[in-house]
Design a protein around this ligand. Structure first.
Ligand code: PEP
Ligand code: MN
Length: 269
């Protein structure tokens, strides 16, 4: 197995000129979804100025309800391209359907595979074949073995740029949205050379928990964090309760930078 073969030799991936993994700590930040030109450009400018490594934003959204907003699709991708042009930040955005790959590849520097698609094996293979770096999220009820096997579907197609992402798993606890499994960080890092990121936003579902869980993840040796940030979170179309306001983001970055330093890592902008 490719993920296990290079055990203990942490890979440093190079994505759009940014080093990922090893001594480097990365911060992917941006809104849950692309909503409007103003929102996306404001968010991109703020996270860029605060020192984020990459910009996130969904154009195709996996929503629990089919009646909920599903994302702006190609119009959203166009706005992400504008954000990239304006800030120079590489773009991370989700692919839900291989039929969208052609248009996604025009904009995405990293293709995100969401938690709900972690075991969509045909999608994993297609994304593996396209060669673009992938951020693979752990499924809601997936074991770490299952996450690693999912990564193999991408790796065996010859695509070596895979980032694993812990984003909370479903447990019996109902006080917050999901249970962030921080032990996944050292356990995965002992078993694979792939970089391991953490998404505190989708785990918590609540803004007040995002700060402490980000610090814990960084201090525990995560290679990066993907976090949701919005200029006006209360007006957000989805995940309003968990997105950090852009006004507080610079302070957040400094605290995460210090926590990453505890684990011997340097934030790369
Ligand atoms: C997201 O990051 O936009 C997302 C939907 O996350 P997850 O797949 O982890 O729920
Ligand atoms: Mn979200």
């Amino acid at each position: 197995m490719i993920a296990a073969e290079q055990e203990n030799e942490q890979a440093v991936l190079h994505i759009a000129g940014r080093p990922i993994g090893g001594p480097h700590f990365s911060l992917i930040a941006g809104p849950c979804t692309v909503e409007s030109r103003e929102q996306v450009l404001e968010a991109a400018e703020a996270v860029s100025e605060a020192g984020a490594t990459m910009f996130r934003g969904g154009a195709y959204k996996p929503r629990t309800s089919p009646y909920a907003f599903q994302g702006l699709g190609q119009e959203g991708l166009r706005l992400l391209a504008e954000a990239k042009e304006q800030t120079g930040l590489p773009i991370v955005t989700e692919v839900m359907d291989a039929r969208d790959l052609d248009v996604l590849l025009e904009v995405a520097d990293v293709l995100q595979i969401g938690a709900r698609n972690m075991q969509n094996y045909t999608l994993l293979s297609e994304v593996g074949r396209c060669g673009r770096p992938v951020l693979l999220k752990r499924g809601l009820s997936a074991t770490l073995d299952e996450l690693l096997m999912a990564s193999e579907y991408i790796l065996t197609e010859g695509n070596e740029s895979v980032i694993l992402c812990e984003r909370g798993i479903r447990t019996f606890e109902t006080s917050y949205r999901f249970t962030l499994d921080l032990m996944a960080i050292p356990v995965l890092k002992a078993r694979t050379h792939l970089p391991v990121f953490v998404d505190p936003s989708h785990a918590a579902g609540r803004r007040d928990l995002v700060g402490p869980m980000s610090l814990a993840a960084a201090a525990a040796g995560a290679d990066g964090i993907i976090v949701e940030v919005h200029p006006r979170p209360d007006e957000a179309i989805c995940d309003a309760a968990q997105q950090l306001p852009t006004a507080e983001f610079a302070d957040y970055v400094e605290r995460v930078r210090a926590a990453a330093a505890v684990a011997g890592k340097v934030l790369s902008s």
